[in-house]
Design a protein around this ligand. Structure first.
Ligand SMILES: Nc1ncnc2c1ncn2[C@@H]1O[C@H](COP(=O)(O)OP(=O)(O)OP(=O)(O)O)[C@@H](O)[C@H]1O
Length: 261
């Protein structure tokens, strides 16, 4: 079996007397989508923070392509190929969709200039041909071309989430972490997001970890699903295995049982 792209071993996080995570393991294999679900307070956000580098675990290790990154900052994990999106898209309202994606592309390819570009007298530096091609490719792959020259101010949340994903992908990551990407989206926007994610995995061969409240979405999109409850991994398997698992169904009683069915 090939080495997982992203791997967590024995992750334990305590907040005072609360054990938010208790020795949790998680693997995200190459070119696959893994869903992380669990009832409220299960520890999903805490594990996401540990994986993205925002929180150091009390115990356990995180590996990216086999390298121990437990002590690495989010920035150095990003340089090593880990990208993430935020539940509340952090976009600059005055920039266009294309400018967001172009800046992210530059961050990877010409890191020293990116923060000075918007400040230089000429404003946003004109993209070079190759850069423009790559950005166009990304925009059209994510069906963002019609919005490319709009500023992000006032974009519907569904489109803003896809812009966030485009921005993360512009840095050509090997692993993409999605933080509650469907939260606040209506049914049509969720369908569009699902379509975008399917295409991203199929076309780019990257690995995706999605942390989600929408169990139905996770079961539809994931190759493997990990279920947390009270800080422990209570199940792990294919969507079919998860659907049939009586322990998972019990954990969701009174919450998302309909969705988990
Ligand atoms: N900063 C913190 N200080 C104290 N306790 C915390 C903190 N962050 C999380 N917790 C606790 O840790 C446990 C796990 O929380 P976490 O937010 O990771 O769960 P979650 O699965 O993401 O929940 P939700 O689905 O409601 O977002 C909960 O009991 C929560 O109250």
């Amino acid at each position: 079996m090939t080495e997982p792209r992203l791997s967590a071993r024995g992750i334990t996080v305590r907040f005072g007397g609360i054990t938010a995570l208790d020795g949790v393991d998680l693997d995200v294999p190459a070119a696959s989508t893994v869903g992380l679900v669990g009832p409220n307070g299960a520890g999903k956000s805490t594990l996401f923070s540990v994986l993205s580098g925002l929180r150091r675990p009390n115990a356990g290790r995180v590996f990216l392509d086999g390298l121990d990154v437990t002590a690495s900052t989010p920035q150095s994990r990003a340089r090593a190929g880990l990208a993430r999106t935020f539940q509340h898209p952090e976009l600059f309202s005055g920039l266009t969709v294309r400018e967001h994606v172009t800046l992210a592309y530059r961050l990877k390819h010409t890191p020293l200039r990116v923060w000075t570009d918007p400040l230089t007298a000429g404003g946003f530096r004109r993209p070079r041909a190759e850069e423009r091609d790559r950005v166009d490719q990304l925009l059209s792959g994510l069906r963002l071309q019609p919005l490319a020259d709009r500023t992000v101010r006032g974009l519907p949340l569904g489109s803003a989430r896809v812009v966030e994903i485009a921005r993360a992908l512009a840095r050509e990551p090997s692993v993409l972490l999605l933080d509650e990407a469907s939260s606040g989206l209506d049914v049509a926007e969720t369908e569009e997001l699902a379509e975008v994610l399917r295409r991203v995995v199929a076309e780019r061969g990257i690995s995706v970890l999605m942390v989600e409240h929408d169990v139905d979405l996770v079961l539809r999109l994931s190759d493997q699903v990990c279920v947390l409850d009270f800080g422990a991994r209570i199940a792990h398997g294919t969507p079919a295995e998860i659907r049939a698992d009586p322990i998972v169904r019990a954990a969701y009683l009174g919450e998302n049982l309909e969705e988990a069915r």
